[in-house]
Ligand binder design. Structure first.
Ligand code: XMP
Length: 325
């Protein structure tokens, strides 16, 4: 398969070029797919969302989106995906809540790579099961983008829907595989997707699982989810959300002593991480003003039950990585 960006593909730097790309892609997709059905794993990330929107434009209801909630998504994330794609764009969408299944498989597993592998394998299993239930699907669409092709050998085991069982021999459709991230965003905007979705910060496939260092528990996952939601709310309020590349919270498997209502507590802590980067290969730390940090700290300490301490990670990549696992 040809995996080199064609020289005739002009860099998509504006709406006009994005519309031209969309027109050509829709035409090609219609020609290739005809009246067949296409399956797509829709995470809600920029790449899969733009791929879905492009395919909806080309083949409408014949695109079947499968959205799997692996229990490691952010607060209200699945609801958001359903709202945009099912209600607003009218997509054919299968929603699978596999939270319990993933958490059971991850129980007691603390090794980061092991956790990633379990999440990746379970994802393939759940997705394949859904695919088998659906009849007459010939194609599988993926939101592969050009950097995925260029950097397919990563340091960590990044998970994608690659590696489906052999009996599911779908023909692969990757309509944005020659586009860089900024081009995918231009195309998304031109397709009418909201800025909020198109400029979403990167979110790892294994989700909050890598922000819950050590063995994942429901309790700690909830602490990550709630503190992350507060951080995102506050960053949005002060305008940092459109400036900072990636920001999130981490809750390691470690407790420290605190005091509340004159009583000793022994609880988890939240780490705040906010970094800037161009392509994730290196990252610098965002200097969050102290008044904003204090506001976030106060909200986390007051609103997230089970947290008695808030820390800030000021480590650049390298020597740290962006995620903790
Ligand atoms: P690191 O932690 O390696 O992360 O500096 C670089 C970028 O990749 C994201 N990331 C992942 N994305 N699956 C993904 O799809 C993964 O397993 C994964 N691990 C890290 C991370 O959020 C950052 O943007």
């Amino acid at each position: 398969m040809n995996n080199v960006r064609p020289i005739e593909l002009e860099r998509i730097t504006n709406r006009e070029l994005a519309l031209k790309f969309i027109d050509e892609s829709v035409k090609e997709l219609k020609e290739e797919i005809k009246d067949d059905k296409v399956l797509l794993a829709l995470s809600g990330g920029v790449d899969s969302s733009v791929t879905a929107a492009l395919l909806i434009k080309a083949i409408g209801k014949n695109l079947v989106c499968v959205h799997v909630n692996h229990g490691l998504l952010r607060k209200n994330e699945s609801e958001g995906v359903l709202k945009v794609f099912k209600e607003e764009l009218g997509a054919t969408l299968v929603f699978v809540d596999a939270s319990e299944r993933f958490l059971n498989k991850l129980k007691g597993v603390s090794d980061p790579e092991q956790k990633r592998k379990i999440i990746g394998k379970e994802f393939i299993d759940v997705f394949s099961e859904e695919a088998r239930k659906l009849d007459g699907i010939k194609f599988l669409a993926q939101g592969t983008i050009y950097p995925d092709i260029l950097e397919s050998k990563g340091i960590k085991a990044h998970h994608n829907v690659g590696g489906l069982p052999e009996d599911l021999n779908f023909k692969l459709i990757e309509p944005v595989k020659f586009l860089y991230k900024d081009e995918v965003r231009q195309v998304g905007l031109a397709l009418g997707l909201k800025e909020e979705m198109v400029f979403r910060q990167p979110f790892p496939g294994p989700g909050l699982g890598v922000r819950c260092p050590g063995a994942i528990t429901k309790e700690r996952l909830e602490l990550v989810r709630e503190s992350d939601s507060i951080l995102r709310e506050e960053f949005k309020k002060c305008g940092l959300s459109s400036k900072v590349w990636q920001y999130f919270t981490i809750v390691p498997d470690y407790k420290s002593v605190g005091i509340k209502d004159n009583k000793r507590t022994f609880e988890y802590f939240v780490v705040i991480r906010a970094v800037n980067s161009i392509d994730a290969t290196s990252a610098s730390v965002e200097e969050i003003p102290y008044d904003i940090l204090f506001k976030i700290r106060d909200r986390i300490l007051n609103e997230v039950d089970g947290i008695n301490r808030v820390l800030v990670d000021i480590s650049p990549k390298p020597i740290a990585t962006i995620e903790w696992e």
